[in-house]
Design a binder for this molecule. Sequence first.
Ligand code: NAG
Ligand code: NAG
Ligand code: NAG
Ligand code: NAG
Ligand code: NAG
Length: 331
Amino acid sequence: MHISQLHPTFLLLLATIITTHALPTPSETSVNLIYQFPNTTWIENLAVRRNGDILCTSLSAAAIFLVNPFEHTEERVLQFVAGNGVLGITEIGDDIFVAVTSQVNLMTSEAAAGSAAAWRIDMKAWSSGRENFVTLLANLTQIGLPDGIVSLPSRPTTILIADAAKGLVWKLDTLSGNYTIVIEDDILHSSNPFLPLGVDGLHVIDEYLYFTNLGDNILCRIAIDKHGNATDEIELVATMPFPDDFALAQDGTAYVVGANQLYRVSPDGVVVVLAGGINDTTLEGVTSAQFGRTREDAGVLYMGTNGGLLAPVNGRLIGGQILAIDIEQFI
Ligand SMILES: *[C@@H]1O[C@H](CO)[C@@H](O)[C@H](O)[C@H]1NC(C)=O
Ligand SMILES: *[C@@H]1O[C@H](CO)[C@@H](O)[C@H](O)[C@H]1NC(C)=O
Ligand SMILES: *[C@@H]1O[C@H](CO)[C@@H](O)[C@H](O)[C@H]1NC(C)=O
Ligand SMILES: *[C@@H]1O[C@H](CO)[C@@H](O)[C@H](O)[C@H]1NC(C)=O
Ligand SMILES: *[C@@H]1O[C@H](CO)[C@@H](O)[C@H](O)[C@H]1NC(C)=O
């Protein structure tokens, strides 16, 4: 991993190479509202259950909600102590999830030192009586700001955690609660003084870990082994404004959200804006994306938003939303 030496060059180039292509008519009507939360509800991340329900983490409400995308209904699954915002969420076993929390100042994105923690959420237990379905796995006191998390396909009870503040990827063994740094490189840090959040979204396909760096406007990937260790150097896949989280298709196409837009990044790095726009309210405050998992919504990409809480578009502030777009229309 010697890409760090190249990093300053990337930065100089970024100003000129961030060019995205809009599709001829990205129709606003192609984005459908599934559910809208009350004002100031910041939806940060999504995980889809096998039955199609969407688990939605909230940074502002310190809660996890469940949205049924077919019925357009919502229910609060879990409420943490106020101030403990919920960030990444991933499935580590059949209907068993891990979510990370941290005390985050929403306006500055700064996390209180030592406040991060990882929780195990057994949705099977929740469905059958709602008792003893949540356990504290670990106090992640060394992690700066846990953001995106992903379970390792070859060892699902081990998760990787993006530390957006410290610019690191950690590995957490959810069985023991032990965690260590697994990927360390300058390219995981934000070099943007106005947006000090680096590595953000994490997803794995085949032997590649893909990640965004929000402050530095990049999507990268790195080959990893079954333990999550890097086996090669980091590769730059594409550049785009403020890439937050994303969903990865089987062929390596990334559907990245950020800057009020949905980008499609093909495996060869071509970026196209599928929906939204920097000053457009269609995808205002979009933070996260996940594919549907049932037969009925397999081609649907769900997106979570913060409703413009951080950066209202034209002063518009609404509650966080769950939106849906049919991805197959673009294929
Ligand atoms: C986490 O920290 C709390 C408060 O300090 C403590 O009560 C708890 O036992 C810790 N849990 C773990 C799993 O380390
Ligand atoms: C977890 O860490 C502790 C302390 O370093 C160590 O004794 C233990 O063997 C580790 N457990 C696993 C399963 O790695
Ligand atoms: C992963 O890499 C670290 C050093 O970066 C090394 O200490 C560790 O043994 C490696 N783990 C495995 C399972 O290869
Ligand atoms: C968005 O709005 C800002 C402020 O009004 C303006 O400076 C900027 O050029 C606009 N960007 C686009 C892509 O329309
Ligand atoms: C949400 O906030 C906006 C802006 O402050 C306000 O115009 C709107 O009425 C609020 N909506 C609700 C349902 O309170």
